[in-house]
Every structure is written in C-alpha cells, then in structure tokens.
Design a protein around this ligand. Structure first.
Ligand SMILES: N[C@@H](CCC(=O)N[C@@H](CS)C(=O)NCC(=O)O)C(=O)O
Length: 212
C-alpha cells in the first residue's frame, strides 16, 4: 500500500495510526500542503479532490480518511477498530463523527486560508475561530463520552477504536494552536492513554520524514 500523507495533516495522521495498528506494510509519499503539492497534477491525478490522505491499495485509490478506516477494518479485521454490536458501532461512529464532521472541517487549512485571504480576517480573529470550534467540538465530545458511560482506557472500554484514531490527531492540532484543554479531562486522559501505544507514537507528526 502507499499512503499519500502530509506530516501535520490530522486526517493523514489518522491513516498512519490505523496502518500501524493493523501492522500493514506501506510506503509514505509526502505531499506538502504549504507548497500546494496537493493541488498539482502529480497528486490530483491520484485524488482529483486535491486533499490528503489518499491510500493506494493495489490498483485502487481510496479517499476520505473515515471511509478508508472502515475499508481497512473490513479488509483487515484484526485488531477491530469498530465493535460488533450495532449500538456500539453507532456509538464509535458517532464519537468519530463529532471530530470528523464537526471539528476538522471547520478548522481545515483551506477554511483558515479563506478566512485570511478572502474574508481578510487577521490572525487574532482566525485564532478565535479555531478555538471556538475546538471548544464546541471537544466540549461536546467530553459530554457525550461521559453521558454514554462506555469509556474505559479509551473511548470504547479498553478497546482502541476509530474514535480514538480520530481523537488523538484532533487533540494534537488543538495543542499546536495553543487551545485551552483543561475543560476536557476525559478526552485528555484518553489522549494520554493512546500516546503510550507504539502505533500511535510512531504515527506522530514529529516522527515523519517530511516533518519540517
Ligand atoms: N474529510 C476528508 C478531509 C481531508 C482534508 O481536508 N485533508 C486536509 C489535510 S488534514 C487537506 O488536504 N487540506 C488541504 C487544504 O485544505 O487545502 C478526510 O477525512 O479525508
């Protein structure tokens, strides 16, 4: 397999964690977002949407990190990243989607660039925007994790799932943008528990060859 990745991309970070957890051999092809390589023909030939990650598996190219996670979980079931029982599956998908649908898209590079280049908003306002959606999203996640009472060491009992795979890169991003995180002790405990697992540690942006 080949993963098109940028070290700081949180969606590519999700993919690196999953490939490591499942022990799947892969090569990494770096696509620099600051250099706009994701919009150049060499990459749009792979993913016409011009977003990382993209995963090449044999003759097939897969896009959208959460769809790829589900694909890898179906084709390489061990260790499972989505539980078996329908209610548990819905719970794990829901926790994942809080991050994947309600935080990440609002704070993505192209959104921040649009706020700067088209809306002409300064750094302070863009930081306020970033922190607001982190607070909304992680605050919601913290409440939901407590509400459902399914947490153990991880979002779902003591089993690493897609929800943890989404949580860790999102917290990394929030830390990178100096967002206050004290209000989310459950999220942060899960984040720390994941950090001690090699598959997560090896996927960390600072460990990547393209880190700048
Ligand atoms: N929903 C997509 C989002 C992919 C995405 O937005 N990737 C970001 C990096 S985390 C990207 O390529 N951004 C480039 C840009 O915004 O121009 C997924 O989960 O794969």
């Amino acid at each position: 397999m080949k993963l098109y990745s940028f070290f700081r991309s949180s969606t590519a970070y999700r993919m690196r964690i999953v490939l490591n957890l499942k022990g799947l051999a892969h090569e990494l092809e770096a696509v620099s977002l600051p250099k706009m390589e994701h919009k150049k023909a060499a990459f749009t030939a792979v993913n016409p949407q011009g977003l990382v990650p993209a995963l090449v598996d044999g003759p097939n190219v897969l896009v959208q990190s959460m769809a790829i996670i589900e694909y890898l979980d179906e084709t390489h079931p061990e260790p499972p990243l989505i539980p078996k029982a329908p209610l548990d599956r819905a719970y794990v998908r829901a926790m994942s989607q809080v991050i994947g649908c309600e935080i990440h898209p609002l704070n993505n590079v192209r959104v921040l660039n649009y706020l700067r280049d088209v809306m002409k908003l300064g750094d302070d306002v863009r930081q306020q925007w970033y922190e607001h959606w982190i607070a909304e999203g992680l605050g919601g996640l913290e409440s939901l994790l407590k509400h459902y009472g399914k947490i153990g060491r991880f979002c779902f009992k003591d089993q690493v799932t897609m929800a943890d795979v989404c949580l860790v890169p999102q917290v990394f991003n929030a830390q990178r943008f100096n967002c206050p995180l004290d209000a989310y002790p459950t999220v942060m405990r899960i984040f720390e528990n994941c950090a001690s697992i090699k598959a997560f540690a090896d996927a960390h942006p600072s460990k990547q060859k393209d880190a700048i």
